[in-house]
Design a protein around this ligand. Structure first.
Ligand code: RIB
Ligand code: CA
Length: 313
């Protein structure tokens, strides 16, 4: 079977970095047409640099990396240095990247690439705020039918918010963009905090990355050592949630995830609940289901896949 064509949209961030490594370590299953970068965890100049650092760490400097939107559609950019550190990839010292960033804007790459591909042939994998995706869909509505599905990390329902009491970071940063994506009619698979909070980097799992003894394995262990300090203190959990790799793991082994096809709408009016993903989990409305909203995963299988693939780099 030919590899699945994907565009990964990202705001690295340590968890984005692990997701990129997983994708780039899986060329038999995934053809990464390009990596489009958005402002989110840290400002755009840093997320672009971090995307290049990760592609070089994966031994794939030929990966096409494109800089995208540097701020949300209609709000001031909110970043997350408190979680990811000043660079966005705090933890280990990382070498300056030397690979080139493509000249085209990420949104133009998304539009042009989708227009050149057959119907329902490309999967979009947003791992950060949805600004690039929403901008592309607004500027070129015709691209929607080229998209097989959008598999994204974002939102929360039973796990409520991580940046406000009601909202998860990716959706909160650009709720207008999220509303455009969730109302697009494109098939959505959503990895909310409800599932990512069950993908915890416990010590044995971090030790397994380090025990690989490879540069990539050691980097992943160092990144998780750094960014889990915040979540372990906040949630008192046995490790940090490894959010974004859930998106890529779904593409590789979807059967490890469990969820429900429900209606999900985005709060874009009240500042109190801005960016909340209002999931009709119990189907108490007649709003049509628009998203496969994940709530659980086989965490051991997830980390076994992750470790075995990172070992290939
Ligand atoms: O809320 C978690 C999400 O926000 C992850 O994608 C993390 O990288 C940040 O972007
Ligand atoms: Ca992210």
């Amino acid at each position: 079977m030919s590899p699945r064509k994907v565009i990964i949209d990202t705001d690295p961030g340590q968890d984005d970095a692990v997701a990129l490594l997983l994708a780039l370590a899986s060329p038999d299953e995934l053809e990464v047409l390009g990596v489009t970068v958005v402002a989110g965890n840290v400002p755009l100049d840093l997320t672009v640099k971090n995307a290049c650092i990760v592609c070089e760490l994966a031994g794939k400097p030929e990966t096409k990396v494109f800089a995208g939107c540097d701020k949300p559609l209609g709000r001031k950019l909110v970043t997350a240095e408190h979680v990811h550190g000043k660079t966005g990839l705090d933890g280990p010292v990382m070498p300056e990247p030397v690979m080139p960033v493509k000249d085209a804007h990420a949104v133009d790459f998304i539009i042009d690439t989708l227009r050149a591909e057959p119907t329902n042939s490309v999967t979009l994998c947003p791992l950060g705020p949805l600004t690039n995706i929403a901008t592309a869909l607004t500027r070129a509505p015709d691209i929607a039918d080229r998209i097989q599905e959008i598999v994204l990390m974002g939102g929360a329902y039973f796990q409520v918010g991580n940046i406000t009491p009601a909202a998860e970071f990716n959706i909160y940063v650009d709720p207008q963009a999220a509303e455009i994506v969730f109302k697009s009619g494109i098939p959505l698979v959503v990895m909310p905090l409800d599932v990512t909070h069950k993908a915890l980097t416990t010590q044995p799992r971090v030790d397994a990355f380090r025990a690989l003894g490879t540069k990539a394995g050691i980097m992943v262990a160092e990144w998780t050592d750094f960014f889990e300090r915040f979540d372990k203190e906040k949630y008192g959990s046995a490790g940090a949630p490894l959010h974004d790799p859930c998106v890529i793991a779904y593409l590789l082994e979807p059967e490890m995830f469990f969820g429900r096809h429900v209606n999900v709408e985005i709060e874009t009016s009240s500042e109190l609940t801005m960016g909340m993903t209002v999931a009709d989990w119990w189907r108490v409305t007649d709003r049509p289901p628009n998203a496969m909203f994940m709530g659980d995963l086989d965490a051991d299988r997830f980390f076994s896949l992750l470790t075995s693939r990172i070992a290939l780099l």
